[in-house]
Design a protein around this ligand. Sequence first.
Ligand code: MEV
Length: 302
Amino acid sequence: MITCSAPGKVYLFGEHAVVYGQSAICCAIDLRTRVQATKHDSIVIESVLGTTALDFEIHPYVSSVIEKMKGHANIEGVRIQIRSELPVGSGLGSSAAVTVATLQALNQLYACNLQLEDIANIGHTIEREIQGNASPTDTYVSTMGGVVLIPERRKLKDLDCQLVIGNTRKSSSTKDLVSNVAQLRQEFPDIIDPILDNIGKMAHLAEEPVNRYDYETTGKLMNVNHGLLDAIGVGGAELSALVYAARNAGAISAKITGAGGGGCIVALANETSASAVASAIKNIGAEAILTRNTHEGVRLEP
Ligand code: MEV
């Protein structure tokens, strides 16, 4: 029996724009998905979504991982048990985390000798097959941990501040949101392309302040990024209410994180303001999660 875990993520900059090759800064968070893999006489996948065999409707990511890993190992039967601290479909990278943790669990269980780069790459292929136009960001960050500038794959300094996540509890489909942005871009390329371009520029501009732990400057740029995500249609009244509640309660910055639609916002906060920011988020009916950046990507659990 093997247990592996992989972290979720938040974007400081660049969701959606990264799908078009622009830069993004994405950060692994201390909320994990744990996958236990045991050799068995048939394929069984167990999660809060139910118990299934290979099932591309209920467990599309884990089913795809098992199919892909059959190319590396003789998998006749395996029991996969999933437990996650990440809300599903909320923009915190739950699908990347379960994909990466399952890949590593099977890699270890069948001694396939896949390296971390291989896991990130296979994970990206799986996300792309299931979601359509997926960037490698979520699977790369879940595999490697830390704070990463994408597509350069450059590790930045780990964040030394609190992250407060506000969850609308409304799940959204990354595939649909990515496709809505694609349609808007097709309709108004001269308007949307410069917005995506500017989001990428902000990720580059923020590299230096992130590396010198300057969250005031980083935060100003994150707030601008939030406005631009709203402009490309992935915001909404609830997300904006959370963003402004967090900022008014003393957050350094707050923006949508992930695909948007429903899902989550992320606020940067210092040690003294974090609990006030979390309370402000709860006061308007959302879930608040206090977390931090984690340096550790996918790992073998004892
Ligand atoms: C989803 O977490 C982030 C998006 O940019 C999609 C992707 O990068 O694949 C919206």
